[in-house]
Write a protein of this length. Structure first.
Length: 254
């Protein structure tokens, strides 16, 4: 009788390896302070690496823009588009720098986060800014940090979703501005190109200032209409072919 009761008790108690597995699973999918802190530190390092990559790309773009504006037939439209990438690079690095400060504050206060069931008021902006950036910048560690925060504050209804969409307006205002995907203002593009020309030591006046037009969507006005053959004299300034009346009649009626 005693042996049968012992066998029943043992059958109801999971083996030690199963218990360890369950604990490990909970630690993996839930919040773990040590893992969370490690993820924050890795995100800081990633930001430095990504910023270096952006800075190298910006240097390449500046050289390419200088080449486009120094050509006999200046390709201003293409230079303007590349300049938008320049501006976005500056803005992304600025957003990364602010984000790095937010992450640093979370590292310093990780014990406070671990001991609370809802986001501390004085860390709310840092926490929501990190979550907001997790889908908007190329820092993979932010997604892991967001998962940890989602597990930690799972009792707060839709916390991560609301932070990701900034529904409560708690995300840092400068980060919102810097990560705005809208097109840069015309005046900012013009100023960047002027300063680039000054940096590389050549004279350049925006064509839209000379012609009295405004920079809008690319129109293709700088595109060579006969780039393959080199027969540019066949086309006018507007890109339309210059044809004799007889040949034009044959061309457009055949």
């Amino acid at each position: 009788m005693t042996n049968s009761l012992l066998r029943v008790a043992c059958s109801r108690t999971p083996p030690a390896c199963v218990q360890r597995s369950r604990i490990a699973t909970m630690a993996f999918f839930g919040y773990n302070e040590r893992n969370f802190k490690a993820q924050l530190k890795m995100a800081k390092q990633r930001i430095k690496l990504v910023n270096n990559k952006i800075e190298n790309e910006v240097k390449r773009l500046k050289r390419e823009i200088e080449r486009l504006l120094n050509k006999p037939d200046k390709e201003e439209e293409k230079a303007m588009i590349l300049c938008e990438h320049l501006i976005r690079g500056d803005h992304t690095i600025a957003a990364h720098s602010i984000l790095e400060l937010m992450i640093e504050s979370l590292i310093a206060r990780v014990k406070v986060i671990s001991s609370t069931k809802s986001p501390p008021h004085d860390l709310l902006q840092a926490i929501t800014s990190v979550i907001y950036c997790s889908t908007r910048v190329d820092i993979p560690e932010l997604k892991k940090i967001t998962k940890s925060l989602a597990a930690k504050y799972s009792r707060v209804k839709n916390f991560v979703k609301r932070a990701r969409d900034n529904l409560d307006s708690t995300v840092n205002e400068k980060i919102l501005n810097k990560l705005n995907i809208g097109r840069p203002k015309e005046s900012l593009v013009r100023e960047y190109l002027k300063r680039l020309a000054k940096e590389y030591g050549f004279q350049w006046t925006p064509r839209w200032e000379i012609d009295g037009i405004h920079y809008a969507q690319p129109t293709g006005g700088d595109v060579n209409p006969a780039a393959a053959t080199g027969f540019t004299h066949v086309y006018g300034a507007d890109g339309a072919p210059i044809l004799d009346d007889d040949f034009a009649c044959l061309l457009y009626t055949s």
